[in-house]
Design a protein around this ligand. Structure first.
Ligand code: 4AD
Ligand code: MG
Length: 474
């Protein structure tokens, strides 16, 4: 359908062509001797209007009332100019086959159903306009991501999903445990495979990996190993956080893009993050016009204009210290305290991007080392680290990145300070022993990017099957 409708003059160039299509019935409207069926095949937002009368082969099924909203059909016919005002062309049908009937209990027949309701129908919601458009924009953003990094000479690296290390040190990991069954044992259910405890302690020697293993929170540490060999790399894959935060910006399973650049500092990192975001946003504006117009009309008025600004204007930069000054001077009551040394809360981030800087992305850099991860490079002031967060309106933190500590002694001292086990970082420390280089990178939460690009306010609606506290259905 996208090929038909997207061509010259919205399909007029195809008038007279024979065509067969397959798809799902969106609506069906009968007038005395003609029936109009709107069919959608997911290739674009538009439906193709199909017009038929009793001369069409298979019309008896339509007359008998067997073709209902939600049914799958095959239709064949000729493209003709449409009399209607809503579309330039339509299909004059000479044959219809009902491929799969749709039961009258089909839950998404009504034109507008709430997104909360659709979350309980995650298996059917991609058939709605909104979720179809989100899926296509998400796909285009993923494609544009690979295109940007590939064209810039980055090598895509697969980071492991199961890992022993906690990159962010926040203790938000899901544990993976599987008891190895002895040869004569059979396991009835995965639950039976959880290691038996000895006085409350897990006997890890019995476990599949022989020690605690977790789902990764970030591919960064593994990414660094490849950056210090191939220079510029990126990862793009699922990451997991057992954060018990039920917000519209947090998922337990989300996708992250993590570039890592060797021979680079924080300025190079911020420049890369800015160029990347501008590239993918422009790519979506150029290549998803129909879906973006839909979001502009139905989801967030003015989103196209807002995103065009992101592509065209420079991003603002300020230090964490200046951001605190700004918040202290703000004529506003915040729920959480503002004080040098405390992390910024989302209300603070929103104030900065939405109110102080009028809806533009802002990069905040040089955070106090106490509130950031162990691997960030210490600045000369001894108090801050070379970290940066990119904040965007509505969402807050879209990107978190830093220059990494490449000096062996400084990194070891930091691990000691934080009482982290140096032994378990032996391979990470090796990178500082064998040809260490200044390097930097960042992580971008892909779902937050999809939210940013579509205006969808809840993160559960931009990933096909959201996982959050208390919900792992479908
Ligand atoms: O700021 P974070 O925790 O940074 C890291 O993980 C670094 N290792 C990245 C790096 O330097 N390579 O996470 C990075 C981004 C955040 O800015 C946010 O967009 C997203 O990941 N993110 C989440 N998205 C959805 N749900 C969650 N629970 C998220 N936690 C982080
Ligand atoms: Mg962060």
């Amino acid at each position: 359908i996208s090929e038909v409708k997207g061509g010259a003059e919205e399909g007029l160039g195809r008038v007279g062509q024979r065509l067969s299509i397959t798809g799902w019935v969106r609506t069906l409207r009968s007038q005395s001797s003609v029936t109009f069926i709107e069919i959608n095949d997911g290739s674009c937002l538009s439906n193709l209007q199909c017009v038929m009368n009793h001369e069409a082969e298979g019309y008896d099924q339509v007359e008998a009332g067997s073709v209902l909203t939600g049914a799958s059909v095959y239709v064949r016919g000729t493209i003709v100019a449409s009399q209607g005002s809503k579309q330039k062309v339509e299909l004059k049908v000479d044959k219809i086959i009902l491929v799969g009937k749709c039961d009258s209990s089909y839950p998404i027949q009504k034109k507008r159903v709430s997104r909360e309701f659709l979350r309980t129908k995650a298996h059917l919601r991609p058939r709605t306009n909104t979720f179809g458009a989100v899926a296509r924009v998400r796909n285009t953003l993923a494609y544009a991501t690979h295109k940007f990094f590939q064209e810039s000479g980055f090598v895509w690296v697969a980071s492991p999903i199961i890992t022993a290390s906690d990159c962010e040190g926040a203790g938000e990991q899901f544990c993976v445990t599987t008891l190895i069954p002895s040869s004569h044992e059979t396991i009835d259910s995965p639950i039976d495979a959880i290691p038996k405890t000895k006085g409350g302690l897990v006997d890890w020697s019995q476990d599949f990996f022989g020690k605690p293993a977790f789902l990764t929170v970030s591919g960064q540490l593994n990414g660094e190993t490849y950056a210090t060999a191939l220079s510029d790399i990126y990862t793009f894959g699922p990451t997991f956080r057992a954060e018990n935060s039920n917000t519209s910006r947090h998922l337990a399973e989300f996708w992250m893009i993590e570039p890592e650049i060797a021979f680079a500092d924080l300025d190079d990192d911020m420049a890369c993050a800015t160029a990347y975001l501008q590239y993918v946003v422009k790519y979506v504006l150029d290549n998803c016009k129909e879906d973006m117009e839909f979001f502009d009309t139905w989801i967030e008025k003015g989103i196209i204009h807002r995103l065009s600004d992101v592509v065209e204007k420079d991003f603002l930069q300020l230090s964490y210290t200046d951001a605190i000054e700004l918040l202290l001077k703000a004529n506003k009551k915040f729920e959480f305290p503002v004080k040098w040394g405390l992390d910024l809360q989302s209300e603070h981030e929103r104030y900065i991007t939405e109110e102080a800087f009028g809806g533009r992305p802002v990069i905040i850099r040089d955070y106090p080392k106490e509130i950031k991860a162990f691997y960030m490079r210490e600045n000369d002031d001894g108090k801050t680290v070379a970290a940066m967060d990119m904040l965007v309106p509505r969402i807050g933190e879209l990107i978190g990145g830093s220059q990494r500590e490449e000096r062996l002694e400084v990194l070891e001292a930091r691990l000691d300070e934080l009482k982290l086990d140096k032994e378990s970082y032996w391979w990470y420390l090796d990178l500082r022993r064998y040809g260490s280089v200044p390097h930097a990178g960042f992580g971008l939460g892909f779902e937050r990017l999809v939210q940013f690009a579509t205006g969808i306010d809840n993160i559960r609606d931009v990933i096909p099957f959201p996982r959050s506290p208390g919900s792992a259905d479908f």
